[in-house]
Design a protein around this ligand. Sequence first.
Ligand code: FAD
Length: 404
Amino acid sequence: MTHPLSPHPTEHRPVVIVGAGPAGLAVGNILRAAGVDCVVLEAESRRFIETRPRAGIIEQWAVRELERRGLADNLLERAETHTECEFRFDGERYRLSYGELTELRHYVYPQPLLVTDLVREYADVRGGDIRFGVRDVALHDLDTQWPSVSYVCPGTGERRVIRCDAVAGCDGARGVSRDALEPGRARIARHDYGIGWLALLAEAPPSSDCVLFGVHPRGFAGHMPRSPEVTRYYLQCPPGDDPENWSDERVWAELRERLGVTEEQPLIEGRLIEKRVLDMHNYVVEPMVFGRLFLAGDAAHLTAPIAAKGMNLALHDAFLLGDALVAYLTRGDESGLDGYSRACLRRVWDYQEFSQWLSDIYHGAASGDPFLAGTTLARLRRLFTSPAAASAFAEQYLGSAAGF
Ligand code: FAD
C-alpha cells in the first residue's frame, strides 16, 4: 500500500517512538526485550545524543528498575553513590545524611553515559531499528485506529511514512509530539519561577564528596559532582541572562562567594566547558494521552532541574509505557494503557510540588523580600533541628514515598 504522503510502499511497525532520550530509549529496550517490533526516530546524530551533557542524578528505585530490565550493568559498575548533601548558608555548612534516614542512595551517572548504554543495548544488542538525523517528523491520524508518523529521510530528502498501532512521543521539551495534541483535549498547566540558572560544566574534580547547595543573599549556587574529572555548577541569575555576561573570572568569584563557609577548602577550578542560561519553568500536560499518542518524559512534563527530577520522571513514564504497550500488543490487555496517564501523573505532581518547595528555599534569601527571606531560612533551619522535617525532605529528595 502507498500512503498519499509517500512515494514508497507504507511500512508498518507496532510502535513508533519519537526521540532517543532516556524515555524513548528505555521504551524501545522494553519493547525489544518482549520481542515487540518498533522504530525510534531521532532528529540528532548518535554521536550528538551520546555526548549531550545534562542530568546526572538517578534515584535508587529507577536504578533498580533499570537493573531488573538488564539496563544497568555499566551504571552499577561505574556510578558513584551519594548518601549526603550539604546546605551552606550564613557562612556555615550543614550536612544532611539522607542515606541514614532512608537507607537509600542516589546514583551519580551522567546522562550521556546512560544514553550511550541504552542506545548500545537497543540497537547493537537487542537489534532495534533506530534512524538518526530524521527531519520534519509529523504525526498523523492519532485519534484513529490507523495512526502514522512521517519524516524526511536525511539521505534522500524523501518523506517516509510509518503506519503503527501506537506512537510514543518521547521527543523532549522542544519536540513535535506535544504540538499534535488537539486544543481542548488536553490541559497544559504551567509555572514560571521567574528565575534563571547559569548551568556550568567545569573540567575540574568535585570540590566536595557530595552535592552542595549554597543559599545566599546574592542568589543560589549549586555544586554537583558528575565524575572524578567533571563537576556541574549552577548560579542563579536573571532569567534570559546572556552567558556572555559571565566571564570565567566572574563565575568563579561568584561561586566562591555563594558557596563560601568559614573553614573552607577552596573550590577546585577548571576550564568551563558549558555555560548556558536555563529559565526555570515547569509544565504538565494532562492527560498524557491523545488517541494513540502516548507522551513520556519532558514531552509531557518539564521539571526545572531544581530537585534533579526530570530524568527520573522520564524513566518512570518509560517503564510504565513500555510495560503497558507490551501487555497490549502481546496479550491484547489495554488496562496499562488506559491507566498510563493517571499512574505517571501521581509521581509527576509530587515531584513538581517538591521542586517548588525547594525552589523557595534556594531562592528566598535573594528574593529581595525580607519576609520571604525570613520564612524560607526558617524552613531551611528546620531541616537541621527537626528529625521529622529532615526525614520528609529525605523521602522526597529520593522519590521514595510509598504509593506511586
Ligand atoms: P530528552 O532527553 O530531551 O530526549 C528527547 C530526544 O528527542 C532528544 O534526543 C531530541 O534530540 C529528540 N527530538 C527532539 N525533537 C525531535 C523531533 N522533532 N523528531 C525526532 N527527535 C526529536 N534530570 C534529573 O533527573 N537529574 C538531574 O540531575 C538533571 N539535571 C539536569 C541538568 C540540566 C542542565 C538539564 C537541561 C536537565 C537536567 N535534568 C535532570 C533533566 C533531564 O535532562 C531531562 O528531564 C531528560 O533528558 C528527559 O528525558 P527525555 O527522554 O524525556 O527527553
